[in-house]
Every structure is written in C-alpha cells, then in structure tokens.
Design a protein. Sequence first.
Length: 472
Amino acid sequence: MSSALPSATRIAAAIRDKSVSPLEVARMYLERIERLNPKLNAFVDWQPDRVLQQARAAEKAVMRGDELGSLHGVPLSIKSAIDVAGHRCEAGTRLRAGYVATQDAPLVARLRAAGAVILGVTNTPELLMAWETDNLLYGRTNNPWDLTRTPGGSSGGESAAIAAGLSAGGVGSDGGGSIREPAHFTGICGLKPTPGRIPSTGHFPKSGGPFALLGVVGPMARTVADLKLLFEAMAGPDDGDPCSAPVSLREIGEKELGGVGVGFFEDDGHTPVTVETRLAVTQAANLLSQRGLKVEPFRPDGLEEARQLWWKFFGTAGSMILGPMLCGHESELSPILREFISWTAAEPSHTGDSLLATWLGRDDVRERVLLQMRNYPVLLCPTASIPAFRHGEREWQLEGKTVKYLDAWSYCEWFNLLGFPAMVVPMGRSLEGLPIGVQIVGRPWEEELVLAVASVLEEARGEWSQPPMALA
C-alpha cells in the first residue's frame, strides 16, 4: 500500500482483493504505535500479541474464501471509556485503575463481526469531563499537528491516534462536543449520532437519566466514507441503551439530496469565532451551493437557551450523578476534574422542581428549533470558536471579547442538548496551520442525510493533507 495513511475503506478493499494481508496491515500499525505513541501518548493499552492473533484469524478467513465483512482486517481503536474485552476501561481515573473489561460493548462486538481488528484503547481526561486529554493515570495526550497543543477531549486519544495514522479509525463518545471538538482540533471526521442510534451500552460513565439525553458513542475517521462504514457497522438497537430505537439504515439518493435546504451561519451572535473559522464556514457553504444544494444564511433562534440548559444537565446534574463515586476521593482526582467540580460547586444542586423545569425547557426549545428547521433540515456552522489550544489555556481574545473555556465549545453543546446528529469535516487552516473543521447538523435519526451532505462537501473540498507526523 503506497500511501502512509490509507483509508479504512481502501484497506478493506485491498484485503478483499488480496493485494495486502491483514497481518501485514496489523504489523504496519503496530510499528507506527511503537514509534509514534511515545510522542503522542494516544494509546494507553495495546497488546501486540492479541492484535496479531486477530490478524492471523482474519488472514485465514481470506485464504479460505469466507464471506468477508465490510471492515475485514481493518485496524481500529476504541476510547478507553468503552468496554473492550481484555483491555482497560478506566475512563482516565485512578478510581478505576486496573479495571479490565470482561466482554465487548455491543458496538465493539459489531465492529468485530464486520471483521475489524481492535488495536487497543486510547486516552481520555478523567471521567471524560474536559475538552482536553490529561489525567493522573497516563498523563497528557498531544496533538500531532503541534505537540504543544491538545488534541481535544474527551476523545482526544482517539483523535490523535487516527490523525497520526496509529489507527485507521475508531470510536469516541460525545456529551458536549467530545467527538466533534477533537476531530476539529486534529483534522479528521467525527460523527455524534442521535442518542440511541448506536448503542451506548458498555460505556462508562453509564448512559442514563440526563446523560442518556446528551451522551452518545460514535465513529471517528479520516474520511467521510470511513465514517459511514463504521456507522453502518455499529448502528442498531440494543436493550442496554435507554434511548435505543429500531431505526433502519437508508440510502440518500441524488434527487433527495438536491432538494435539501441547508442553512448556514458563521457565528451564534453570542460567542465569537476566529476569522479563519468564519472563512471555513463560508467556503463550505459556497462549495455545497456550487454542487447544487440549496444553501442560504439561516441561524435558528434558541441556541443560547439550549447552551444554558445543556449545562444544567451536563454540569449540574452530571456532578450530582458522579458525586457519590468521587466523595472522599478528592485527593486522588486530576487537576482538570477538580476544576470541573469547582465550577459545578459554585451553583446549587438540582431540586426536583429545577430538574423538571430543565427537562421541560429542553423539550420546549427542541420543538422550537425543529419547527424552524422545516425549510433547513441541515445546518452548517462552526465546530468551536478556536482551533486547537495550547495545553492549559483557559481563555482567548476574539473580536475584542474574552472567550472562556466553557463557552468556546457552545457550538457543539447545543446539539447534545437537542439530541441532533452532528458531524465534523475538516475544511480550513488557522494562521498557525492548524486544522479547522466545519459542523454539519441534521434532525434526529437523519444521520444518513448528514453523512451524504458531508460527502458532497469533502469531494468538493478536495484532498486533505495530514499532519507531518502522519507521514513519518
């Protein structure tokens, strides 16, 4: 395989036509992990013998002429908050140090059934409560575009591994941007599906209550085609996910796609974005328009209200859900998690009345936004205010305003609160050469439409260059 970073789709095709063997592919990725992971700290548990065992079994299946799955022999990684049998699932916290999953989460089992080779698991911030990746178990993960910057969080280990070519693709989770912000920071694609479209069963913290409304698991990859391949392998109902629903996969035809209205906006009128971010959104809108889609300026009302309600679930209710686990262990927590706790402690805990009001408020704003989207079932907007930030930064100056840490990711948080599918496609560059992704958003259960629009944009954009480390 000539390219340093072949796509998952290309790897699967090459294995099917026997131009490369699963064992050769596995060895290539293990070599890259061994060589590059010390700089990135993306993988926290990988077991070469286990990987080679899977690859040998995949090779035998090819040689026997067995019917091969869509991901046969493709090496994937999994965020270490999702159960992978025989691997650590610690979610970056000392309170789960040494915990090893005894069985695969359903989504992992589905990837294996499609033929994937699981390389190992990747780093996260403690209990996933940050937009950067650092913890007291394994330390900090670095961005392959610039090691002095974060690859984002909480799926930062995944994004760094995939962007640098340590993995062909993988799975993250997202309760407030944790797939999309890392994808944006590292120049890859990432999909936050509708809650329940891909089962969150086997994820820690467990999906339940308000977390079930916000948090999802979803694919991350270097191309839209790869993202679609992973999504189709994992999608489907499961009894362990409280939001699960039997929604069938469907194909979006060219005629249907051509009639779709796309509404785009460069900022939300509340939190500013960089000049290059505005340009990336405008360029994406122009490219979609040139490809025949109906693209018009449109920004739904209610987004700031959605952000505030999101925090009442993610921050206030989330702190209450995690509180019993953390009580008495404060000295064992990472600085990032202690910072998160300090933010939530500054506000009163929920009463029954306040939680009910938040839930009703969420349903009300969701209804209002959906009504506004009748003419624009797809939205195009920024992913975040800024590109990848330097480790430890907490505020930035944009357009004469100070943008705080929690506000910079509001562009992602709305759609967790609303339960909309949303994905990121790399589109532009910052002045420092860092990647900038744009966000494509759809209505609930319409992931296929989001992916179809993203595919048009990716094709119109042209080839995307990888970080220099990926070509090493």
